[in-house]
Design a protein around this ligand. Structure first.
Ligand code: FUB
Length: 327
């Protein structure tokens, strides 16, 4: 048990945590973060410094109750197909079970997405023997829709390897698209009833501007980089994501879970540290943004801490931009 949470301050300080996926299960808030390791390796653009090995689940009875760290929920040594780098996870509930979706490099150094199951939202989770067939890249996020169809969104540039999958095959030396071409979109697939496989083909999501023109690769203020998250508000699907090199969380809206999504604006201004990664959840009548920054480590990019803050919609359904250091 740790201290009571304060908005815009680290949720826990006894470990470094990042990439929070927040959900309400059994009337409580559960947070599924990455678990950053405390080491002194140099950073590179491939993200080798993010060499996480396990996951811890955090929970809170409510937003002012102490945060509970439920301990190790899954370790890479217990995932037969994975070799290293347990990056940003997500969780879902269906069929009376809890599912932890997570990316890791396989034994050929290729990022894949796996799933592990538990009867308890805090784990421990038991991994399937193989990754989800047809999966690739990083940062899974799962939406169980009101009609109980489930969708998995994923993808990330650079170390997340999305550029290497443009043909549908893994091409080690593939470059990103021409700057004037449409940016690479996150990917989506419908999940099977048992949540353990893809039911549909993997589709690339199109993100367009208000005129319907695709966001271009050179438009680094608006194009998708990594960390997709989809939530519903007033019947619309909100896709939010990190812009990577410009360090923002932005969003786009659609009437359809698989898009196309129309770009709307910025949710979170840049935080301390290179990466930014978030989730959005409704809890007890309010909306919250979970995110991370590197304030606790004085700006060391791979030693991050999960924080949260309230998120507000305007009457027209747009999300008000959050400055994480405004107060
Ligand atoms: O935590 C490792 C990677 O950093 C995540 O997968 C990305 O979204 C970025 O936050």
């Amino acid at each position: 048990m740790t201290k009571k949470p304060v908005q815009n301050e680290p949720l826990v300080t006894h470990i470094y945590t990042a990439d929070p996926s927040a959900h309400v299960f059994d009337g409580k808030l559960y947070i599924y973060p990455s678990h950053d390791l405390d080491h002194d390796m140099e950073s590179n653009d491939n993200g080798d410094q993010y060499k996480m090995e396990d996951y811890h689940v955090l929970s809170m009875e409510n937003v002012s109750a102490p945060v509970v760290d439920h301990g190790e929920a899954l370790h890479v040594k217990d995932v037969p197909w994975a070799s290293k780098q347990m990056w940003a996870p997500d969780a879902a509930y269906k069929n009376g079970k809890y599912y932890l979706f997570f990316p890791a490099r396989d034994h050929d150094d290729i990022f894949r997405i796996g799933v592990a199951t538990s009867d308890n939202p805090a784990g421990p989770f038991k991994a399937e023997d193989n990754y989800l067939e047809g999966s690739f890249s990083i940062d899974p996020a799962v939406l169980v829709d009101d009609d109980q169809k489930s969708y998995i969104y994923f993808g990330g540039l650079w170390g997340g390897q999305l550029e290497k999958w443009q043909t549908g095959e893994f091409i080690q030396d593939a470059e990103g698209p021409d700057p004037k071409a449409p940016a690479l979109g996150p990917r989506v697939a419908e999940l099977s009833e048992d949540m353990l496989s893809f039911k549909s083909e993997v589709k690339e999501i199109s993100i367009v501007d208000e005129e319907g023109n695709p966001i271009l690769a050179e438009d680094e203020d608006r194009r998708f980089f990594e960390g997709p998250w989809v939530h519903k508000y007033n019947g619309l699907y909100y896709l939010s994501y990190s812009t990577g090199t410009t360090h923002k969380i932005v969003y786009a809206v659609s009437e359809n879970p698989t898009g196309p999504f129309t770009y709307k604006g910025t949710i979170l201004k840049p935080v301390i540290g290179w990466t930014t990664h978030h989730s959005i959840v409704e809890f007890e009548g309010k909306w919250y943004l979970f995110y991370h920054d590197c304030s606790l480590s004085d700006g060391i990019n791979h030693k991050r801490s999960v924080k949260f803050t309230e998120l507000t919609y305007s009457e027209d359904g747009t999300i008000q931009t959050i400055d994480p250091y405004a107060n």
